[in-house]
Write a protein that binds this ligand. Structure first.
Ligand code: ARG
Length: 588
């Protein structure tokens, strides 16, 4: 169905036309003086020149046409020529009822369904997820869900870092610990064991140790680079070992992502395009896109209009090794061949923006993508601690994501247990759901590109602009609906009546903003718009709740109508938290 402002603009346009003016002047916007009116139209001011008439006279003509309007309960022409508007309760009800009866609350589906690949998560194999990874996972997951809800086909790909030096480091670290492993015996011809020779905890110990050592010891680093090279060039034992590292690591990653309600359609990684690289390099050379510079193969990507230096995009190092760029470009090539997407969105730390600028320019220049394929970099800011510096553990170390999630869940468990009648088992479950809402909403309610301060006390609060406050509101509605059912009420085929008081109308006015908001959130890939909306909606609901007798309402028809409004509010809130990637418990 059409968005509320379109419906109102149409109505206003008709009035302009009937009064003898251009109907395009009837554009209605949300009021910027909510104390005076709900909506406004400034068309009379815009038309003054064209019609050589005072704006207030035009506004007066238009207002006269709308004297008996069923849409507006108030149309006021005020100096110097504004039209101040209020919606009639009956019309608002009509819109609300349509919204309640249509799929996705009447959100219009796009004329052309886009195919979108979202590259997010970006975990590195063998390295534990740390807090730096939470933003990509949380924001990417939400954008995936928003775009899907808005009607597009969306494929989420984790794009694992599984092919670089960290793999060589782990292999080298392992070789020093267990030199007798069959994987290092180059004469071995048989089948390698199915079982990995390490656990995830061992793996997580090996990597940081090897990484630290390589920074101090150039000889060790050279060994790790050689191991990386051997792996990439296909040495059997190294490949088999790498498989184990990948499997053990991915199993652990899946567990961690799942605890945040983050799911990927594709678990591909840098390694998946390894075999495509020679083909891509040949293509770039044969078409004259790439040239040698100091032994390395590069593509120039600077443009005349650049105000800062954009270095060439390096495709191969002088020793023939591939780089982060190489796998990203080959991945674009693979994605085009396999999926031919309209759009690829990268949800990555904004400090990689120059890098992606190079990659995108290179992909365009070398025609790896079609001219109309969109490549979007969605760079996010840093999650900081109270000191304004990147978030650390209490002793200054890098915080593992697993620990951050656990600590938030524990904190929430304590809160839930306080003064509530709930079994430990149920409290644990509820604490998990509320904690996820706290973490995700705390992140998503900020514009992604901005840094934000991780403040566990604020995020877990049941009051204010937080995930738990939103859940609390939903739970409150659920409990009223449950009581209504217990009293013999049914939630089917509820009939509605026009709003009975200001707070009820205000709630309905928030509800009808839903499809405008959701469409904008999808177009702008902006989960914070969904957060802003549900915060306003929850506030409008709670205000209404305090002003209105619901279960105590004596007029049965009125009560039924209030219940219908509650159902719609709950459904809209739940659809919104679902696209944000969390869910509400039944009690809390
Ligand atoms: N693994 C990378 C990192 O930790 C992030 C990957 C982002 N995606 C990409 N296509 N480059 O920095």
């Amino acid at each position: 169905m059409k968005k509320i402002l379109e419906l109102l603009s149409e109505e206003m346009g008709k009035a302009f036309e009937a009064a003898g003016y251009d109907k395009a002047l009837g554009r209605v916007t949300v009021s910027n003086r909510p104390d005076l009116c709900e909506y406004q139209c400034n068309g009379a001011m815009a038309g003054a020149k064209q019609y050589k008439k005072a704006p207030i006279a035009i506004a007066g003509d238009v207002a006269a046409q709308l004297k008996d309007s069923s849409v507006f309960s108030q149309v006021q022409a005020v100096a110097p020529g504004f039209l101040n508007l209020k919606l009639s309760e009956a019309y608002l009800l009509e819109v609300i009822q349509r919204m309640a009866s249509e799929p996705k609350f009447g959100l219009e589906m796009p004329e052309r369904r886009k195919k979108i690949i979202i590259d997010y998560g970006g975990a590195n194999v063998a390295k534990p997820l740390h807090v730096g990874h939470i933003r990509s996972a949380v924001i990417g997951e939400s954008i995936k869900r928003i775009c899907r809800y808005a009607g597009h086909e969306v494929i989420g790909d984790v794009h694992l870092g599984d092919w670089g030096l960290q793999m060589g480091l782990v292999i080298t670290g392992l070789k020093d610990r267990q030199p007798d492993l069959v994987y290092f015996d180059e004469s071995f011809q048989g089948e390698y064991p199915a079982e990995a020779p390490f656990t995830i905890s061992e793996l997580e110990e090996i990597y940081p140790a090897a990484s630290a050592k390589s920074k101090e010891d150039p000889e060790y680093k050279a060994r790790a680079m050689e191991a990386t090279f051997k792996l990439q060039s296909g040495v059997r034992g190294y490949r088999a070992l790498w498989r184990h590292i990948l499997n053990v690591s991915v199993e652990d990653l899946k567990k961690n992502y799942a605890s945040l309600n983050v799911e990927f359609d594709l678990w591909k990684g840098e390694s998946d395009v390894h075999d495509l690289i020679p083909k891509m390099v040949a293509y770039m050379k044969d078409n004259g896109y790439a040239h040698l510079s100091e032994g390395a193969l590069v593509v120039d990507v600077k443009e005349e209009t650049d105000t800062k230096e954009i270095p060439p995009c390096m495709i191969l190092k002088s020793d023939g090794a591939s780089l982060y760029n190489t796998t990203d470009l080959a991945t674009i090539m693979e994605r085009m061949e396999q999926y031919d997407p309209d759009e690829i969105i990268y949800v990555v730390d904004k400090r990689q923006d120059l890098y992606f600028e190079q990659v995108f320019r290179c992909a365009r220049k070398t025609k790896l993508v079609k001219p109309d394929t969109q490549l979007k970099f969605l760079g996010f800011g840093t999650m900081n601690g109270a000191d304004g510096k990147p978030f650390k553990t209490r002793d200054g170390g890098v915080m593992r994501l697993e620990n951050l999630i656990r600590e938030t869940k524990e904190e929430m468990f304590k809160k839930i247990r306080e003064g509530r009648e709930m079994s430990e088992k149920e409290a644990l479950l509820v604490a998990d759901q509320v904690a996820v809402s706290a973490l995700k909403y705390g992140d998503l309610s900020n514009q992604a590109s901005k840094d934000y301060v991780f403040d566990i006390d604020r995020f877990t609060s049941f009051e204010g602009d937080t995930g738990p406050y939103i859940l609390y509101t939903i739970v409150r509605i659920k409990s009223i609906l449950n009581k209504y059912r217990e009293q013999g009420g049914s939630l089917e085929n509820l009939r509605m009546q026009p709003a009975g008081n200001e707070s009820e109308k205000a709630l309905e006015m928030e509800l009808v903003q839903f499809n405008t908001m959701m469409q904008t959130a999808a177009e702008e890939t902006a989960p914070h718009k969904v957060c802003g909306y549900i915060y306003d909606l929850a506030n409008a609901f709670n205000h209404f709740y305090h002003e209105t007798r619901i279960l105590g309402e004596e007029d049965a028809g009125k009560k039924e109508s209030l219940i219908a409004l509650l159902v719609l509010t709950k459904d809209v809130l739940e659809a919104c938290i679902d696209v944000l990637g969390f869910e509400a418990p039944d009690k809390m």
